[in-house]
Ligand binder design. Structure first.
Ligand code: GLY
Ligand code: MN
Ligand code: MN
Length: 435
């Protein structure tokens, strides 16, 4: 092994230990055509990469648990012609050596080798139901093994979803992962600051998006972790707005939800700021409520609290704020019980974050919200979205605000990875410098 691949060999060993017995088959993601002769930028499968560190398409990882554990890679062969056109391929020999597998074979031999390897295994684990083509292929291979029963070879009688084990492993980030996530967060916070400095009335949303992408790419993060939301004025009340083609008005707020992917890990930040550099009184009133809700939620994101504690904390602050703004009526408890707040806050306060922006991991254990534990990474992202309606003061129409940070649970409390992007009103206005 020339590169340090021990994190991946250790992860495979941990998975194999938890499998106890059986064979796991984990394909990477397919390449996806965009249109004629053009593909979307290739993105490996997160689970495959987590266990291998290998980023080429057309690769499959096979792991066998038991007394003689094995990790085997199937990958593309070297091919001078294809390498001239598309670039370097490791090929099985170099991949085995450099990535620390016990064996590696050309991916064309997958079915033949798997038919041998599956024989007499007790369990077959793979990402069940993720891709219908793989479901068919794996069941077909198991069927081929069953046909050999007269020669004394048994097919696995259990089929399990390998993600039940992998999701739980991935939920707890190790130091290597946290280091990458800190760097991804640093690039994304710089991008949000750049967008705040750059934004001017009359620009188009896509011009601000271009600044975000410039900052990501010029620091080695070639792709956003998800399509950036650059939403001026009423567009901020569309939760998944990605049109990014409207002109920005001086009087509007701009909501930007954008984060880069670096080294296979996501960041996910939202900031909301005034296009003209100064919050109006109404905008500021709503903004301060969302910011206070976010502070309360971050304070609640500590070990010993449950997953739901930040959401509950944010909801109480938002409910009181909505009552103060005359958006909701009654007491905090009645607003929460009746759900009347959902007209203005209709999503949850966060999600796990990691290789995938909405990362894997259960949120409940049995019927209960799970406790927060060191190494978990989550977003904290309350918001308020006020669409025009008869029961809403007109002065608040079309204000849409979300504030989102990435938070690691630590032994002592938490670490906010994305603190460097300003969110206090005075800090935003000072950075924009238009007064
Ligand atoms: N950017 C996706 C989300 O905030 O969940
Ligand atoms: Mn998010
Ligand atoms: Mn987001």
């Amino acid at each position: 092994m020339t590169m340090d691949m021990t994190i991946y060999t250790e992860r495979r060993a941990r998975l194999i230990e938890q499998m106890q017995h059986g064979i796991a088959i984990i394909p990477t993601a397919p390449e996806v055509a965009r249109n004629a002769d053009t593909h979307y930028g290739y993105r490996h499968d997160s689970n495959f990469y987590y266990l291998s560190g290998f980023t080429e398409p057309e690769a499959v990882l096979v792991m066998i648990a038991g007394d003689e554990p094995l990790s085997i890679l199937f990958c593309r062969e070297k091919n001078l012609e294809r390498e001239i056109w598309d670039g370097h391929r490791y090929g099985p020999d170099a991949a085995q050596e450099q990535f620390g597998f016990d064996a590696a074979y050309p991916v064309e031999q997958l079915d033949e080798k798997l038919t041998e390897l599956i024989g007499n295994q007790t369990a077959l684990l793979y990402p069940l139901g993720l891709d219908p083509a793989w479901d068919q292929r794996i069941l077909g291979l198991r069927g081929a093994v069953q046909e050999k029963s007269r020669s004394g070879i048994r097919a696995p009688d259990q089929i399990r979803d390998v993600r039940a084990l992998l999701n739980e492993m991935r939920l707890f980030k190790d130091d290597h992962e946290l280091d990458i996530m800190r760097r991804a967060a640093a690039i994304s916070t710089a991008a949000h600051k750049r967008a705040m400095r750059f934004t001017r009335p009359d620009m188009f949303e896509y011009q601000v998006e271009a600044e975000l992408l410039h900052e990501f790419c010029s620091h080695g993060a070639r792709h956003p972790a998800y399509t950036s939301i650059v939403a001026g004025g009423s567009n901020a009340c569309v939760l998944h707005y990605v049109g990014n083609n409207a002109q920005l008005r001086d009087v509007d707020l701009l909501l930007i939800d954008a984060g880069c992917e670096l080294g296979g890990y996501a960041s996910d930040i939202t900031r909301t700021f005034p296009v003209g550099g100064k919050f109006s009184a109404e905008q500021k009133d709503v903004y301060e409520i969302v910011l206070a809700a976010q502070s309360a939620a971050i304070a609640a994101a500590v070990p010993g609290h449950t997953w739901n504690a930040p959401h509950d904390a944010a909801l109480r602050v938002l409910a009181q704020g909505f009552i103060d703004l005359k958006l909701c009526h009654g007491s905090v408890d009645t607003v929460l019980e009746s759900g009347s707040y959902k007209q203005f806050y209709m999503h949850r306060t966060g999600h796990w974050l990691g290789m995938d922006v909405h990362d894997v991991g259960d949120y409940k254990i049995g019927d209960d919200w799970r406790p927060l534990q060191p190494g978990m990474v989550l977003t904290v992202e309350p918001g308020c979205y006020i669409r025009p309606a008869d029961n809403v003061p007109m002065s608040l129409w079309n204000i849409g605000i979300r504030i989102e940070d990435d938070v690691v649970i630590t032994d002592k409390g938490n670490e906010v990875l994305t603190d460097a992007a300003p969110k206090a009103v005075a800090d935003i206005e000072a950075l924009m410098g238009r007064s």
